[in-house]
Write a protein that binds this ligand. Structure first.
Ligand SMILES: C[S@@+](CC[C@H](N)C(=O)[O-])C[C@H]1O[C@@H](n2cnc3c(N)ncnc32)[C@H](O)[C@@H]1O
Length: 288
C-alpha cells in the first residue's frame, strides 16, 4: 500500500482515496461482499406506517452506502412509504421515489417532513411507467441516477397469498396496494406481470448513469401448489431487453431468521416456510 493513498480510519479500517464506488474502507467493503446476510429489523413501529411490504431503512441504508458516495442520486421507482428516501437522506444522498398509491405517497411525505436529514428528497406521485414525464414535470429531468434500489410488488401475491393475508388483516395492514390499473400488483397473468415489470425497468435504464447499479428486492413465490420463480424470472427478463438490457451481477440473500414458522403441508406434502428474500444486483454497462 503506497503512502498517502489511504486514510486510516482506525477500527473502521483504511479508506482508499482511489475508491471509485463508495466511502467504505476495505474492511467494510469485504464485509458487505458476503453473498448472504441476516438482518433483524426493529419491530414495525405503530406510528401509522401501515405498508404491508415495507423494507427496513437499516437494510436499505447498507446497500446505499455500498453503491454510492455522499451527494449522489438514488431512485426508488416503487417507493411505498419511502424507506429508501429516508435512508438515503440520512446518509447525505439525494433521492427520488415514485409511488402510485396516494395513501403511501402521503405517508412518505409526512415521514420526510418529520425526518430532518441532509440529503434532498423528492417523493413523486404517479406510475413509474411515466418516469421520464414525472421527472420532467418536477424539474428533475436532467438527473442521472447513480443507484437504484427498489422492491416491486411480488406479482399479485399481496392479494392472493391467503395464509399471510389473515395475519396482515390482524395487524391492520393492507391486503391490496390499490385498485389502480397501473398497479402492477393487480396483474394476475404471471408472464404479463414479468413483461410489464421489465418495461418499467427499461424506463429506469434510461435515467441511470452508465455503470450505475440496480438492486431489486424480490422473491420466488409459491402459489396454488407450485413455485413461480419470480426472482429468477425478474433477473433473466431484465437481461433480455435489447439496447436496454441490464447486466446481472449477483444476488445477495436476505435471511429472515426472525419470522415465525407456520404449519404448511405438515403430514402431507412439501411446502417451505420461505424465510429469505433475494436482493438482485444488476448494472448498466456498455454491451460487449
Ligand atoms: C413492495 S411495495 C414497496 C415497499 C417499499 N419498499 C417500502 O419500504 O415501503 C411495492 C409498491 O409499489 C407500488 N406500485 C405498484 N405499481 C406501481 C407503479 N406502476 N408505479 C409506481 N408504484 C407502483 C405499490 O403501491 C407498492 O407500494
Amino acid at each position: 500500500m503506497a503512502e498517502g493513498k489511504y486514510i486510516d480510519l482506525g477500527d473502521r479500517g483504511k479508506l482508499s482515496l482511489r475508491n471509485k464506488l463508495n466511502e467504505l474502507t476495505g474492511k467494510e467493503w469485504i464485509k458487505f461482499s458476503k453473498s448472504w446476510f441476516i438482518h433483524t429489523p426493529r419491530a414495525r413501529d405503530k406510528s401509522g406506517i401501515l405498508h404491508p411490504a415495507k423494507f427496513p431503512e437499516s437494510l436499505v441504508k447498507e446497500f446505499i452506502e455500498f453503491f454510492t458516495k455522499r451527494n449522489q442520486w438514488v431512485l426508488d421507482p416503487f417507493m411505498g412509504t419511502g424507506s429508501a428516501l429516508i435512508a438515503a437522506s440520512e446518509i447525505g444522498r439525494n433521492a427520488v421515489g415514485i409511488e402510485l398509491s396516494k395513501k403511501y405517497f402521503d405517508i412518505t411525505k409526512r415521514r420526510i417532513e418529520e425526518n430532518l436529514s441532509s440529503g434532498k428528497t423528492f417523493p413523486l406521485h404517479g406510475s413509474s411507467e411515466d418516469l421520464s414525464l414525472l421527472l420532467e414535470k418536477n424539474n428533475l429531468k436532467d438527473i442521472r441516477f447513480d443507484y437504484v434500489i427498489t422492491s416491486p410488488p411480488y406479482w399479485n401475491q399481496l392479494k392472493r397469498n391467503y395464509i399471510r393475508q389473515k395475519s396482515r388483516d390482524e395487524k391492520g395492514l393492507d391486503t391490496i396496494y390499490s385498485v389502480d390499473d397501473k398497479d402492477i400488483g393487480n396483474i394476475d397473468d404471471y408472464n404479463e406481470f414479468i413483461e410489464k415489470q421489465a418495461r418499467i425497468f427499461d424506463k429506469v435504464f434510461d435515467v441511470t448513469k452508465d455503470k450505475g447499479y440496480l438492486t431489486i428486492i424480490t422473491n420466488n413465490v409459491y402459489f396454488e401448489g407450485r413455485l413461480y420463480p419470480l426472482a429468477f424470472d425478474t433477473a433473466i427478463s431484465l437481461t433480455k431487453r435489447g439496447e436496454k438490457s441490464w447486466t446481472l451481477k449477483d444476488e445477495k440473500i436476505w435471511l429472515q431468521n426472525d419470522k415465525a414458522l407456520i404449519a404448511l403441508g405438515v403430514n402431507s406434502a412439501w411446502v417451505a416456510n420461505r424465510h429469505h428474500q433475494y436482493c438482485l444486483i444488476l448494472r448498466k454497462e456498455k454491451k460487449r
